[in-house]
Write a protein of this length. Structure first.
Length: 299
Protein backbone atom coordinates (compact mmCIF):
# COMPACT_ATOMS: atom_id res chain seq x y z
CA UNK A 1 0.00 0.00 0.00
CA UNK A 2 1.35 3.49 -0.78
CA UNK A 3 2.25 5.66 2.17
CA UNK A 4 0.34 8.82 3.07
CA UNK A 5 3.33 10.87 1.83
CA UNK A 6 3.22 9.11 -1.55
CA UNK A 7 -0.52 9.68 -1.86
CA UNK A 8 -0.23 13.38 -1.08
CA UNK A 9 2.70 13.70 -3.46
CA UNK A 10 0.72 12.10 -6.27
CA UNK A 11 -2.24 14.37 -5.56
CA UNK A 12 -0.04 17.47 -5.67
CA UNK A 13 1.52 16.39 -8.95
CA UNK A 14 -1.92 15.74 -10.41
CA UNK A 15 -3.17 19.17 -9.38
CA UNK A 16 -0.10 20.85 -10.86
CA UNK A 17 -0.53 18.94 -14.12
CA UNK A 18 -4.20 19.90 -14.28
CA UNK A 19 -3.34 23.57 -13.84
CA UNK A 20 -0.69 23.35 -16.55
CA UNK A 21 -3.02 21.58 -18.96
CA UNK A 22 -5.90 23.95 -18.38
CA UNK A 23 -3.69 27.01 -18.86
CA UNK A 24 -6.42 29.14 -17.25
CA UNK A 25 -6.04 32.90 -17.67
CA UNK A 26 -7.46 33.14 -14.14
CA UNK A 27 -4.77 30.93 -12.62
CA UNK A 28 -2.63 33.10 -10.34
CA UNK A 29 0.96 33.26 -11.63
CA UNK A 30 3.73 32.93 -9.10
CA UNK A 31 4.37 36.18 -7.28
CA UNK A 32 1.20 37.90 -8.48
CA UNK A 33 0.71 41.03 -6.35
CA UNK A 34 -2.35 40.98 -4.14
CA UNK A 35 -2.59 44.75 -3.86
CA UNK A 36 -2.84 47.78 -6.11
CA UNK A 37 0.67 49.16 -6.72
CA UNK A 38 0.78 52.62 -5.18
CA UNK A 39 2.67 54.08 -8.11
CA UNK A 40 -0.19 53.00 -10.39
CA UNK A 41 -2.86 54.89 -8.43
CA UNK A 42 -4.08 58.05 -10.17
CA UNK A 43 -6.98 60.48 -9.82
CA UNK A 44 -9.19 61.94 -12.52
CA UNK A 45 -9.03 65.71 -12.08
CA UNK A 46 -12.64 66.07 -13.22
CA UNK A 47 -13.34 64.96 -9.64
CA UNK A 48 -11.72 68.19 -8.41
CA UNK A 49 -12.78 70.54 -11.20
CA UNK A 50 -14.37 73.18 -8.94
CA UNK A 51 -11.59 73.04 -6.36
CA UNK A 52 -8.91 73.33 -9.05
CA UNK A 53 -10.64 76.44 -10.40
CA UNK A 54 -10.42 77.99 -6.91
CA UNK A 55 -6.74 77.18 -6.28
CA UNK A 56 -4.94 75.01 -8.79
CA UNK A 57 -1.49 75.07 -7.22
CA UNK A 58 -2.56 74.34 -3.64
CA UNK A 59 -4.93 71.58 -4.76
CA UNK A 60 -2.22 69.85 -6.77
CA UNK A 61 0.15 70.07 -3.81
CA UNK A 62 -2.51 68.48 -1.62
CA UNK A 63 -2.87 65.58 -4.05
CA UNK A 64 0.86 65.00 -3.86
CA UNK A 65 0.72 65.12 -0.06
CA UNK A 66 -2.01 62.46 -0.10
CA UNK A 67 0.37 60.18 -1.99
CA UNK A 68 -0.54 60.59 -5.64
CA UNK A 69 2.28 60.80 -8.14
CA UNK A 70 0.11 60.73 -11.26
CA UNK A 71 -3.16 62.29 -12.39
CA UNK A 72 -5.50 62.15 -15.37
CA UNK A 73 -6.55 65.58 -16.57
CA UNK A 74 -9.80 66.67 -18.18
CA UNK A 75 -8.78 70.00 -19.70
CA UNK A 76 -6.19 72.46 -18.42
CA UNK A 77 -8.23 74.55 -15.96
CA UNK A 78 -8.03 77.66 -18.11
CA UNK A 79 -4.27 77.35 -18.65
CA UNK A 80 -2.26 76.57 -21.72
CA UNK A 81 -0.76 73.10 -21.94
CA UNK A 82 2.65 74.52 -21.01
CA UNK A 83 1.26 76.43 -18.00
CA UNK A 84 -0.61 73.38 -16.79
CA UNK A 85 2.52 71.26 -17.13
CA UNK A 86 4.46 73.82 -15.07
CA UNK A 87 1.86 73.63 -12.29
CA UNK A 88 2.08 69.82 -12.28
CA UNK A 89 5.88 69.91 -12.20
CA UNK A 90 5.86 72.33 -9.28
CA UNK A 91 3.60 69.97 -7.32
CA UNK A 92 5.65 66.87 -8.17
CA UNK A 93 2.88 65.26 -10.25
CA UNK A 94 2.73 63.72 -13.73
CA UNK A 95 -0.34 63.82 -15.96
CA UNK A 96 0.22 60.36 -17.36
CA UNK A 97 -3.24 60.39 -18.94
CA UNK A 98 -5.73 62.90 -20.25
CA UNK A 99 -9.34 62.94 -21.42
CA UNK A 100 -9.33 64.52 -24.86
CA UNK A 101 -12.38 64.25 -27.09
CA UNK A 102 -11.77 63.52 -30.75
CA UNK A 103 -13.29 66.15 -33.08
CA UNK A 104 -16.75 65.35 -34.43
CA UNK A 105 -16.91 65.34 -37.39
CA UNK A 106 -13.38 64.04 -37.42
CA UNK A 107 -10.74 66.67 -38.19
CA UNK A 108 -7.21 65.28 -38.45
CA UNK A 109 -5.52 68.68 -38.12
CA UNK A 110 -7.46 69.60 -34.99
CA UNK A 111 -6.72 66.20 -33.48
CA UNK A 112 -3.01 66.53 -34.21
CA UNK A 113 -2.99 69.88 -32.38
CA UNK A 114 -4.65 68.20 -29.38
CA UNK A 115 -1.98 65.50 -29.47
CA UNK A 116 0.73 68.16 -29.48
CA UNK A 117 -0.77 69.57 -26.28
CA UNK A 118 -0.89 66.07 -24.79
CA UNK A 119 2.82 65.69 -25.40
CA UNK A 120 3.55 69.10 -23.86
CA UNK A 121 1.65 68.08 -20.72
CA UNK A 122 3.55 64.78 -20.65
CA UNK A 123 0.73 62.31 -21.30
CA UNK A 124 1.39 58.69 -22.11
CA UNK A 125 -2.31 58.03 -22.70
CA UNK A 126 -5.05 60.10 -24.31
CA UNK A 127 -8.61 58.87 -23.87
CA UNK A 128 -11.83 59.79 -25.65
CA UNK A 129 -14.23 60.46 -22.75
CA UNK A 130 -17.83 60.33 -23.98
CA UNK A 131 -20.16 58.90 -26.62
CA UNK A 132 -23.58 57.32 -26.82
CA UNK A 133 -26.04 60.15 -26.21
CA UNK A 134 -28.32 61.50 -28.93
CA UNK A 135 -28.16 65.19 -28.07
CA UNK A 136 -31.21 65.94 -30.20
CA UNK A 137 -33.45 63.72 -28.08
CA UNK A 138 -31.50 63.40 -24.83
CA UNK A 139 -31.81 59.61 -25.17
CA UNK A 140 -29.20 56.88 -25.73
CA UNK A 141 -28.18 56.26 -29.33
CA UNK A 142 -29.92 53.16 -30.69
CA UNK A 143 -28.79 53.44 -34.30
CA UNK A 144 -25.88 51.05 -34.86
CA UNK A 145 -24.69 53.02 -37.88
CA UNK A 146 -23.56 55.80 -35.59
CA UNK A 147 -21.46 53.35 -33.59
CA UNK A 148 -19.92 51.97 -36.77
CA UNK A 149 -18.96 55.53 -37.78
CA UNK A 150 -17.54 56.25 -34.34
CA UNK A 151 -15.42 53.10 -34.46
CA UNK A 152 -13.89 54.29 -37.74
CA UNK A 153 -13.07 57.66 -36.17
CA UNK A 154 -11.54 56.03 -33.11
CA UNK A 155 -9.23 53.99 -35.34
CA UNK A 156 -8.20 57.13 -37.21
CA UNK A 157 -7.56 58.94 -33.93
CA UNK A 158 -5.58 56.00 -32.56
CA UNK A 159 -3.41 55.82 -35.63
CA UNK A 160 -2.49 59.51 -35.37
CA UNK A 161 -1.93 59.17 -31.62
CA UNK A 162 0.49 56.30 -32.18
CA UNK A 163 2.36 58.42 -34.73
CA UNK A 164 2.65 61.10 -32.01
CA UNK A 165 4.02 58.55 -29.53
CA UNK A 166 0.82 58.27 -27.49
CA UNK A 167 -1.50 55.41 -26.56
CA UNK A 168 -5.15 56.14 -27.34
CA UNK A 169 -8.10 54.76 -25.39
CA UNK A 170 -11.88 54.87 -25.08
CA UNK A 171 -13.77 55.58 -21.84
CA UNK A 172 -17.30 54.23 -21.39
CA UNK A 173 -20.42 55.39 -19.63
CA UNK A 174 -23.63 53.36 -19.29
CA UNK A 175 -24.98 54.48 -22.67
CA UNK A 176 -22.84 52.11 -24.73
CA UNK A 177 -24.52 49.06 -23.23
CA UNK A 178 -27.89 49.82 -24.87
CA UNK A 179 -28.84 47.34 -27.60
CA UNK A 180 -28.73 48.68 -31.14
CA UNK A 181 -31.22 48.48 -34.02
CA UNK A 182 -33.67 46.44 -31.98
CA UNK A 183 -31.27 43.49 -31.87
CA UNK A 184 -28.98 41.93 -29.30
CA UNK A 185 -25.77 43.77 -30.18
CA UNK A 186 -24.80 46.58 -27.83
CA UNK A 187 -23.03 49.75 -28.83
CA UNK A 188 -20.01 48.66 -26.81
CA UNK A 189 -19.89 45.42 -28.78
CA UNK A 190 -19.67 47.38 -32.03
CA UNK A 191 -16.98 49.74 -30.77
CA UNK A 192 -14.77 46.99 -29.36
CA UNK A 193 -15.19 44.67 -32.34
CA UNK A 194 -14.54 47.32 -34.98
CA UNK A 195 -11.63 49.15 -33.39
CA UNK A 196 -8.09 47.84 -33.69
CA UNK A 197 -6.82 46.72 -30.24
CA UNK A 198 -3.37 47.94 -31.24
CA UNK A 199 -4.78 51.44 -31.81
CA UNK A 200 -7.56 51.74 -29.23
CA UNK A 201 -7.30 50.37 -25.70
CA UNK A 202 -10.14 50.43 -23.19
CA UNK A 203 -10.50 52.56 -20.10
CA UNK A 204 -13.35 50.88 -18.24
CA UNK A 205 -15.34 53.07 -15.88
CA UNK A 206 -16.36 50.48 -13.31
CA UNK A 207 -19.28 52.53 -11.97
CA UNK A 208 -20.82 53.20 -15.37
CA UNK A 209 -20.26 49.62 -16.48
CA UNK A 210 -22.34 48.42 -13.53
CA UNK A 211 -24.97 51.08 -14.24
CA UNK A 212 -25.13 49.73 -17.80
CA UNK A 213 -25.54 46.19 -16.35
CA UNK A 214 -22.13 45.03 -17.56
CA UNK A 215 -20.06 43.03 -15.08
CA UNK A 216 -16.47 44.34 -15.34
CA UNK A 217 -15.12 40.81 -14.85
CA UNK A 218 -17.05 39.73 -17.95
CA UNK A 219 -15.59 42.69 -19.84
CA UNK A 220 -12.09 41.67 -18.78
CA UNK A 221 -12.63 38.11 -19.95
CA UNK A 222 -13.93 39.31 -23.30
CA UNK A 223 -11.16 41.87 -23.80
CA UNK A 224 -8.08 40.26 -22.28
CA UNK A 225 -5.02 42.49 -22.36
CA UNK A 226 -6.93 45.46 -23.74
CA UNK A 227 -8.18 47.13 -20.54
CA UNK A 228 -5.21 49.31 -19.64
CA UNK A 229 -7.00 51.73 -17.30
CA UNK A 230 -10.00 51.71 -14.97
CA UNK A 231 -11.97 54.47 -13.27
CA UNK A 232 -12.52 53.53 -9.64
CA UNK A 233 -15.73 55.10 -8.37
CA UNK A 234 -18.26 53.40 -6.14
CA UNK A 235 -22.01 52.84 -6.32
CA UNK A 236 -24.21 53.63 -3.33
CA UNK A 237 -27.49 51.96 -2.38
CA UNK A 238 -29.42 54.49 -4.49
CA UNK A 239 -27.29 53.71 -7.58
CA UNK A 240 -25.58 57.08 -7.24
CA UNK A 241 -21.94 57.96 -6.53
CA UNK A 242 -19.89 57.05 -3.47
CA UNK A 243 -16.23 57.33 -2.53
CA UNK A 244 -14.25 54.20 -3.46
CA UNK A 245 -14.74 51.54 -0.81
CA UNK A 246 -17.87 53.12 0.65
CA UNK A 247 -20.39 51.53 -1.74
CA UNK A 248 -21.48 48.25 -3.26
CA UNK A 249 -18.81 47.46 -5.86
CA UNK A 250 -16.45 44.60 -4.98
CA UNK A 251 -13.27 46.09 -6.42
CA UNK A 252 -11.10 43.27 -5.07
CA UNK A 253 -13.05 40.74 -7.12
CA UNK A 254 -12.36 42.83 -10.23
CA UNK A 255 -8.71 43.51 -9.51
CA UNK A 256 -7.98 39.81 -9.04
CA UNK A 257 -8.07 39.83 -12.85
CA UNK A 258 -5.71 42.79 -13.24
CA UNK A 259 -3.05 40.85 -15.12
CA UNK A 260 -5.63 39.30 -17.40
CA UNK A 261 -7.05 42.76 -18.11
CA UNK A 262 -3.68 44.37 -18.78
CA UNK A 263 -4.20 47.06 -16.11
CA UNK A 264 -1.57 49.75 -15.70
CA UNK A 265 -3.59 52.55 -14.03
CA UNK A 266 -6.23 52.65 -11.30
CA UNK A 267 -7.86 56.08 -11.48
CA UNK A 268 -9.94 57.40 -8.57
CA UNK A 269 -12.99 59.38 -9.64
CA UNK A 270 -16.30 60.64 -8.33
CA UNK A 271 -18.40 62.75 -10.68
CA UNK A 272 -20.22 64.72 -7.98
CA UNK A 273 -17.35 65.01 -5.52
CA UNK A 274 -17.32 68.82 -5.36
CA UNK A 275 -20.86 69.61 -6.47
CA UNK A 276 -23.68 70.87 -4.21
CA UNK A 277 -24.62 69.90 -1.59
CA UNK A 278 -20.93 68.99 -1.23
CA UNK A 279 -18.36 71.78 -1.25
CA UNK A 280 -15.50 71.94 -3.78
CA UNK A 281 -12.99 71.20 -1.01
CA UNK A 282 -14.76 67.93 -0.24
CA UNK A 283 -13.45 66.61 -3.55
CA UNK A 284 -10.06 66.47 -1.85
CA UNK A 285 -11.64 64.27 0.81
CA UNK A 286 -12.82 61.92 -1.93
CA UNK A 287 -9.31 61.91 -3.42
CA UNK A 288 -7.86 61.07 0.00
CA UNK A 289 -10.44 58.34 0.67
CA UNK A 290 -9.89 56.82 -2.75
CA UNK A 291 -6.12 56.71 -2.43
CA UNK A 292 -6.26 55.26 1.08
CA UNK A 293 -8.76 52.62 0.00
CA UNK A 294 -6.74 51.46 -3.01
CA UNK A 295 -3.42 51.56 -1.17
CA UNK A 296 -4.80 49.31 1.58
CA UNK A 297 -6.97 46.99 -0.53
CA UNK A 298 -5.97 43.31 -0.46
CA UNK A 299 -7.34 40.71 -2.84
Amino acid sequence: MPSRRQLFGAAALGAAASTTLLGSADAAPAGRPDRVPRDKISVQLYTLRDQLAIDLDASLRELRAIGYTRVEHAGFVGRTAAQFRAALDAAGLRATSGHVGIPQPFDASAWERALEDANVVGNSYVVHPFFGLDFATGQPIRDGARYHAMARDLNRAGRLARRAGLDFGYHNHQLEFVRQDGGSRRGYDILTAETDPDLVHLEVDLFWAWRGTADPVDLIQHHRGRIRQVHVKDLDTNASFADPGAGLIDFGRIFEHAREAGLVEYIVERDDAGSPPRTPAEALTTARNGYTYLANLRF
